[in-house]
Design a protein around this ligand. Structure first.
Ligand code: C2E
Ligand code: CA
Ligand code: CA
Length: 412
């Protein structure tokens, strides 16, 4: 064997790797031919002949098991090595369902190789293979993936079957102690599973693009609820409330060509002004590319307000904030949680509030559960708070009761 920068040369008859070896790389045949053989009672049996462009030895670096066959150069060969890292990075980035399928396929191939060694063996039943599946990457059990596939199926029916609900969580002005707006948060009451967590099903909706029709439904449902609330408050003579409605916009929705059309038409239909609507986008989506910045500019030009959600969790550089036309920053709950016991988190919260003020943005602190947090945030000059301390997300009827003083909901 000799090496060049990109290839390794093997002489005719040379063993490239042996069955049972630890596999640390795969090979791409650049020149020549390779035989793959498995050892059995009669010596060895060829199971494949490979030529230019074929890849081999990839199974061990994908699933970490030892080489299950031997590779021999059939003639003088040039092989390109594919490292574990090169392949793993791509596999880790792949959809968990794809990784799951890959693990099943690898098991099947390995079982077939075992069968070819021992002709008395019969094929394993499918159930035996699936419980014997190798875990690829970081997904814990195959149950996760199977669950996900099942959930995806029932999610498709959920819209038609009217299983979605929206709850609204008050956002409170720290200066006046009054409710300034609400964040609309999706709920899915699945008949078989009960309440499914929104971060789980919205994640699946996003992966499958179901988020687009669901997103349209959310706009129509929440605008209708919001318009009705305003009407009812007016009828109850509570007319001086300037309220806003916040809705979450997922990354995939940036590619929805009808999003603004649906927003505008629905707002018009229910007599709402775009400035009453806040669109929450997570800080992470900024990584998707410059089109997100254009999208924000477009939203602002149309009169919508934009909030940067989960701030502090998704983006390493602050310099982009100067060019970002958002109205609000939502400090992530994780900082609020740690603020009272960890000086560094407190410093981060302080800095975010000061920086936002300098940039003319108002800050919403999320996940405020305790009085100390509420007081500390007020002291730091934070504009709005949202969290269980004031109220959990509630159905619209309870929000109405809260605002009209019928029922005081102050969660401890
Ligand atoms: P998010 O946008 O960060 O929403 C805030 C989450 O924090 C909500 O969880 C809310 O109930 C929860 N929360 C608020 N205050 C507190 C508190 O004091 N303590 C604790 N422990 N939690 C608090 P939820 O409703 O389970 O939603 C989770 C995530 O699901 C949301 O995170 C959002 O990313 C996603 N989601 C929910 N509804 C929608 C939607 O309509 N569209 C999209 N795209 N995503 C949504
Ligand atoms: Ca949000
Ligand atoms: Ca958030």
């Amino acid at each position: 064997m000799s090496n060049s920068t990109y290839t390794r040369s093997y002489k005719k008859g040379e063993v490239i790797f042996k069955e049972g070896d630890v596999g640390d790389c795969a090979y791409l045949v650049d020149n020549g031919r390779v035989e793959i053989q498995v050892d059995n009672l009669d010596g060895s049996t060829p199971v494949a002949f490979l030529g230019v462009g074929d890849i081999f030895g990839e199974m061990s670096i994908i699933d970490g098991a030892d080489r299950s066959a031997t590779a021999v150069a059939l003639e003088d060969c040039e092989l390109v090595e594919v490292s574990k890292e090169q392949l793993n990075e791509r596999i880790e980035d792949a959809d968990p369902v794809v990784r799951f399928l890959l693990s099943i396929l690898l098991n099947r191939i390995r079982e077939n190789l075992k069968d070819s060694k021992d002709p008395t063996r019969t094929n394993l039943p499918a159930e035996a293979i699936s419980t014997n599946v190798i875990n690829l990457g970081d997904f814990k059990t195959n149950v996760d993936v199977v669950e996900k596939i099942k959930l995806e199926k029932s999610l498709k029916n959920a819209l038609d079957s009217n299983e979605f609900r929206v709850h609204y969580q008050p956002i409170v002005d720290l200066k006046t102690n009054s409710v300034s707006g609400f964040e609309a948060l999706m709920r899915w009451n699945n008949p078989d599973r009960g309440m499914v967590r929104p971060d789980i099903f919205m994640g699946i909706a996003e992966e499958t693009s179901l988020i687009v029709p669901i997103g349209h439904w959310i706009i129509k449902k929440t605008f209708r609820d919001f318009a009705k609330l305003k009407q009812n408050l007016k009828a109850a003579n509570i007319i001086d409330q300037k309220l806003f409605l916040s809705i979450n916009i997922a990354a995939k929705q940036f590619n929805d060509p009808h999003l603004f059309e649906v927003l505008n038409q629905t707002a018009k239909y229910y007599g709402l002004k775009p400035k009453e609507i806040k669109l929450e986008i997570t800080e992470r989506v900024l990584l998707a590319g410059s089109f997100v910045f254009d999208w924000i500019t477009k939203a602002r030009k149309k009169g919508y307000s934009v909030a940067l959600d989960d701030f502090g969790t998704g983006y390493s550089s602050l310099s982009y904030l100067a060019n970002l036309e958002v109205n609000n920053i939502k400090i992530d709950k994780s900082f609020v949680d740690k603020m009272s016991r960890d000086k560094k988190s407190l410093s981060i919260v302080k800095s975010i509030i000061h920086m936002s003020k300098d940039l003319g943005l108002s800050v919403i602190a999320e996940g405020v559960e305790r009085r100390e947090e509420w007081e500390a945030l007020r002291g730091l000059g934070c504009t709005f708070v949202q969290g269980y301390y004031y109220s959990k997300p509630l159905p619209m009827a309870e929000i109405y009761d809260m605002l009209t003083g019928v029922e005081k909901k102050k969660a401890a």
